[in-house]
Design a protein around this ligand. Structure first.
Ligand SMILES: [Zn+2]
Length: 193
């Protein structure tokens, strides 16, 4: 019984691996090979822009693309509507061609690149807000009120763990609004102090 559970939860074994400078990409679906050029291009631009902001990404970063949504859930514990999840210098993503098909691949790489470079211990709202500001996701947010303007930062952190998608969406928008304002007023270095 335990073995069966383990085999179901073990990430797909036959991963393909490729190296691009200091970046390693592993993928389990051969079709993802067609997306590697887009991944490298997005990564190189993000790394260059992060360095210019005084936030160099770690010396070695690994992107692990899941075989499918179930494999992603097993690897990260995140729900299927999440595009990617970063811990330290490891970025775990949905299948690359699935992200590309939804027009999300470059923006996801850029968002997660910021997470690899962010100082340890910054609040969740600031990390998500800065990642969405850096990736450009914030530019597509509606300018309408989020309804969370009066929420203390600590409560906003809690809202970002919400599994109710409507509320989660508002929380991401609010975090982005606050982070973008900090960057406008104090620059990136000031926002991260
Ligand atoms: Zn994020």
């Amino acid at each position: 019984m335990a073995l069966l559970c383990l085999s179901l939860l073990t990430p797909a074994a036959h991963a393909f691996e490729t190296q691009h400078g200091t970046l390693t990409v592993t993928y389990a679906d051969l079709r993802d090979r067609q997306q590697l050029g887009a991944v490298f291009k997005a990564w190189d631009a993000a790394a260059r822009d992060l360095k210019a902001l005084g936030l160099p990404p770690p010396a070695r970063v690994r992107i692990e693309a899941a075989l499918n949504a179930a494999d992603f859930m097993a690897r990260t514990g995140e729900p299927v509507n999440i595009a990617a999840s970063t811990q330290g210098n490891v970025i775990r993503t949905q299948r690359l061609s699935a992200l590309a098909g939804r027009g999300l691949l470059p923006i996801t790489i850029r968002h997660e690149a910021l997470h690899t470079a962010q100082p340890a211990g910054i609040p969740r709202w600031l990390a998500e807000g800065l990642a969405r500001t850096f990736s450009g996701e914030g530019r597509a947010d509606p300018r309408t009120p989020t309804g969370l303007e009066g929420l203390p930062d600590s409560r906003l952190n809690a809202e970002l763990l919400n599994r109710d998608l409507t509320r989660l969406n508002a929380a991401y928008r609010e975090a982005t609004r606050r982070a973008a304002k900090l960057v406008r007023q104090q620059g990136w270095a000031g926002a991260l102090r």
